[in-house]
Ligand binder design. Sequence first.
Ligand SMILES: [Zn+2]
Length: 201
Amino acid sequence: MLDPHRCKFCGKSLPADLAPGPCGGCLRKPPPQAQTVSLYGYDGPVREAILNWKLQGRDAGLLWLLGAAEKRLVQIFRPEDLLLPVPMPLNRMRKTGQHHAADLCRHIAGITGSRVEWRLLKRTGEQPRQSSLAGSKRRRNLGRAFSLSKNAWQDKEIQGRIWVIDDILTTGTTVRQACKALRPLKQPIHAFTLARTKREG
Ligand SMILES: [Zn+2]
């Protein structure tokens, strides 16, 4: 588990006295999300389990990580909450046949009773892999990566909190951009990732 003293908004580590923030970065430029929660630091056995799941398609690693955090997950998510997986680039999904954020949502929903909403958050256009780009390029690359599907939202009354769900938080850009795309909903958007890297960019 990650150490608990963090900025509530972006999830960055903070000295205990300064938690729950906002941290300097969030004071300067408030992020679009009201909260960022991650379960684990992305290293050691956690990283191995995630790589097994993502690269070799073995769910066992993911289930192990979620199973160990079951109590925490039930505290974080309420049954009426809506889980929105960060959509993957279509070309990558076609290639691998996997959608990790969606898998993650499905398993979390199985534990917490929350609902998964697939259609609200959309990818707009194809992007190169984020992990191959540096921070500033990532931000530019993702500028218009996501949008809110108005059709899916129009006739729907949203109860509970809205969560954007992704597997790993690296620089935070993906989560930020996905949350930003949901601004027209005029509701606080929460972000959750299974893990986050130690490098806090
Ligand atoms: Zn912050």
